[in-house]
Design a protein around this ligand. Sequence first.
Ligand SMILES: Nc1nc2c(c(=O)[nH]1)N[C@H]1C(S)=C(S)[C@@H](COP(=O)(O)O)O[C@H]1N2
Ligand SMILES: [Mo]
Length: 414
Amino acid sequence: MKATKTPQTVSRRAALRKGLAVAGRAALLPSGLGALLWAQPQTAGAAAPTADLLKHKPGLRMLGDRPLNAETPAHLLNDFVTPASKLFVRNNGVPPGYTDPANWMLEITGEACERRQYFSIDDLKARFEVVTRHLVLECGGNGRSEFRPRVSGNQWTTGAVGCPRWTGVRLADVLKACGVTPNAVYVGYESADTHLSADPKKQPISRGVPIEKGLEDDCLLAFAMNGAPIPDVHGAPLRLIAPGYPGSASGKWLKTLLIRDRVHDGAKMTGSSYRVPCEPVAPGSKVSDEAMCIIEAMPVKSLITAPRSGLSLKAGEALTVSGHAWSGAGAIADVALSTDFGVSWQSARLGAAENRFGWQRFEHTLTLPGPGYYEIWARARDEAGATQPMLVPGWNPKGYLNNAAHRIAVEVLA
Ligand SMILES: Nc1nc2c(c(=O)[nH]1)N[C@H]1C(S)=C(S)[C@@H](COP(=O)(O)O)O[C@H]1N2
Ligand SMILES: [Mo]
């Protein structure tokens, strides 16, 4: 007679595996972790633009190919300076294709611009101080996939963020050279990409920053990334970098800057685009236009980039956990880690930022108490005193600003 396994003969190891399998189907957890656990990047059957993008960015997860969008798995974001091969891609329309830096002209105009001027990229380099800054670029919709009820748009998990080094001139210097009149309210951008409908009268996106932000030192008109010309897909030959603000403020393929005497009213400045309810609403609410406010500074956030979620360790083995933390409010004051579902917290070693709005590295070595399933949670606090929530915060119609603490799963083998 063949022996049948009774529950008593099922090994502890098998039981653990079964538990993990359940977690892998997201049955045990209210949000993202299940999907993060064992999901692999979906690259099979890629269409042409997708295949081309993935050639330059192996391991990124495609979210769509028209427009082209792709995010970076957390474990590929471990570099302090994000290389081009690992930077997420967010397009709202159709990119212009090859752009010739030698023949590119940036126009500065608008109601609150004293002197309309044109600058070639060589003019910018010759007339203004060239600076290099390590600056976070994060899509306002990063983390959208965790909102319930679900919201439409690219279902970003945690990977619509990166921190390359950008080289360019200060936006403020260029604006001042053109003269900013006292009635200035906003700096809007117009770009060379085209609307998905191919209608030349429509722009895919035309956003920007309040004039106060534009006149701060941190915003750049960038022509290089990590010491090389900006890659086409990231806005060559010239883009705005407005750090601390949602990525959508950082216009790519920059053609025109408008110094506006009102809040800029370009594409995706109104309705539910890059806006959230001014006051908190119940999940699933319909929110009127008048009750929506434009997203400005991004909230405090962190990402565990090593180890990769799903790691198995031997009992007693030390584990070094690392990642990055950043905030639209400025510097990070602390990153704390928990291995017991938030009951207790240990502060990680925190590196300095290279400059304002650069992300900071955290690292901590810990030993888990014994065999079993663990989650490692990371929670950052910024210098303004804001910390990350443990659960998905403030539901909003387009699913922006999810800065819930990042979690990874680890199993310790007996
Ligand atoms: N002209 C233009 N600029 C743009 C966009 C765009 O579609 N067109 N997307 C914006 C959004 S929503 C984000 S998050 C960032 C993404 O920059 P990346 O693709 O270089 O990562 O660019 C912003 N600038
Ligand atoms: Mo974005």
